[in-house]
Design a protein around this ligand. Structure first.
Ligand SMILES: Cc1cc2nc3c(=O)[nH]c(=O)nc-3n(C[C@H](O)[C@H](O)[C@H](O)COP(=O)(O)OP(=O)(O)OC[C@H]3O[C@@H](n4cnc5c(N)ncnc54)[C@H](O)[C@@H]3O)c2cc1C
Length: 411
């Protein structure tokens, strides 16, 4: 149908085993097996957190909007997420400034913080029951960023208008009983059950007229003078004024670029009421090491932790490797926190998207005016999905956003 040969995008195994959230209540979203219409104002491909936030941002009861997914709603990478909803971007501000310029870097960090706050307000307004909780973050010095780098980071963040405290070893030991050379403490992050959050957003969008279809793959598209025509796996042609590909790590073939990679990552969750320090209920913790370790707790007292990333995009499929990775994550946690955790109740592995700058790609597909793409790659993919929904809702409404040009597909 288009000039392209091959598929719209590559299907991947987006997670192995059963992640913690698969057992949650309230994650089912009613979906039809076929689209009710042929023509839409907007078609959103993908019903993960990116598609859900997009649908919610566009749902106005006037436009005809379709969300279409080859899987059941909420069954992609979002189900694997550890859902630390951070404003802190993977590449520290003082480093990002060197890559994209200080002004741009400060602007995207501030936007990230604002979007976490906006997401919290949205969840509250819609009354979504998804364990959404405000959290502080603790970034621990490690072998990648030590005390000196964290001090520079603190100064850079303060200059950009972001709240942060630099903690010296004595204070870190006194307040957290952690033995590291430094840490950064900041507020304005959050955590949630990502499956319940996404299902809640989709249900809210559906009540405002958004149609949701599952079990249908979009196989191809072509831009025409009037919009976009899409081909589906069940032999239909659909048309839309605009198409938004929220396909996660199954990104569109046209969006391939050396600046982003799919790697492998691992995560675990303990049983409820795991031995853990009391302060952890208010914090997300990230260790600035390579490989990194990150962790948080849930309201029922589980510890969720992850990291151990490897560059091989298929390593997550190796079950023997997964066992070793889970053991390593637990061991690191036990040593750092001084508690005995034992065997995890859940362990899962997944592909994970990274970019050189730690920033998402939120842009039109090259050569298209009406096909848009959301690639919330990086450790704060959920925050990036929120930013994408804000930017693209403004673009489709013909409004400008001061940050619209800060997340573009690299030239
Ligand atoms: C282990 C792990 C831990 C993570 N931890 C965090 C964290 O702590 N904090 C954070 O912010 N982020 C985290 N992330 C990242 C975050 O989870 C992702 O950025 C986010 O879930 C991606 O959501 P999405 O909606 O873009 O993709 P998905 O949830 O994968 O949804 C995309 C959907 O598109 C559908 N699709 C694709 N192609 C087609 C097609 N051609 N036709 C029809 N449907 C199609 C797929 O079936 C899929 O359901 C983590 C990720 C992983 C894997």
């Amino acid at each position: 149908m288009s000039d392209r040969t091959g598929l719209l995008n590559k299907k991947r195994q987006l997670r192995t085993d059963r992640p913690l959230w698969a057992a949650s209540p309230h994650i089912s979203v009613e979906a039809s097996a076929t689209p009710a219409h042929r023509d839409y104002d907007v078609i959103i491909i993908g019903s993960g957190i990116s598609g859900a936030l997009m649908a919610q941002a566009l749902a106005d009861g006037k436009r005809r909007i379709l969300v279409v997914d080859r899987r059941e709603p909420v069954r992609g990478s979002t189900m694997a997420s550890t859902a630390m909803i951070q404003h802190e971007i993977d590449v520290p501000l003082h480093q990002l400034g060197k890559m994209i310029g200080e002004k741009n870097a400060a602007a995207v960090w501030r936007r990230s913080a604002r979007s976490v706050r906006d997401l919290g307000r949205l969840v509250e307004d819609l009354g979504i029951d998804c364990m959404f909780e405000k959290r502080n973050t603790l970034l621990l010095a490690g072998d990648e960023y030590g005390a000196r780098a964290l001090a520079e980071e603190a100064d850079t963040r303060k200059a950009a208008g972001l709240e942060v405290d630099y903690l010296k070893p004595a204070e870190l030991r006194q307040r957290f009983e952690l033995d590291r050379t430094a840490a950064l403490l900041s507020d304005c992050s959050a955590s949630a059950n990502p499956a319940q959050l996404t299902a809640g957003l989709l249900i809210a969008a559906r009540t405002r007229g958004v149609e949701i279809v599952s079990g249908v793959t979009i196989t191809d598209y072509r831009e025409t003078r009037d919009g976009v025509v899409l081909a589906t796996s069940d032999g239909r042609l659909l048309s839309a004024g605009d198409v938004i590909a929220c396909t996660g790590y199954e990104f569109l073939t046209e969006m391939q670029h050396p600046s982003h990679q799919i790697v492998s990552t691992w995560a675990i969750a303990t049983k409820p009421n795991a031995p853990r320090p009391a302060w952890l209920k208010d914090f997300l913790v990230w260790e600035a090491s390579d490989p990194y370790l990150y962790f948080r707790s849930t309201p029922d007292g589980r510890i969720i932790a992850g990291g151990e990333d490897e560059a091989d995009p298929k390593a997550h499929l190796d079950k023997d490797k997964a066992k070793l990775k889970f053991e390593r994550i637990i061991k690191k946690l036990e040593v750092l926190l001084g508690v005995e955790i034992g065997k995890p109740a859940y362990g899962w592995a997944a592909p994970f998207g990274t970019t050189a700058t730690g920033l998402p790609i939120i842009d039109k597909v090259p050569g298209c005016d009406h096909v848009h793409c959301v690639m919330g790659f990086g450790g704060n993919g959920i925050t990036f999905s929120k930013i994408a929904a804000e930017l693209l809702a403004a673009r489709l409404a013909g409004k400008s956003d001061p940050d619209a040009n800060r997340f573009l597909y690299p030239a």
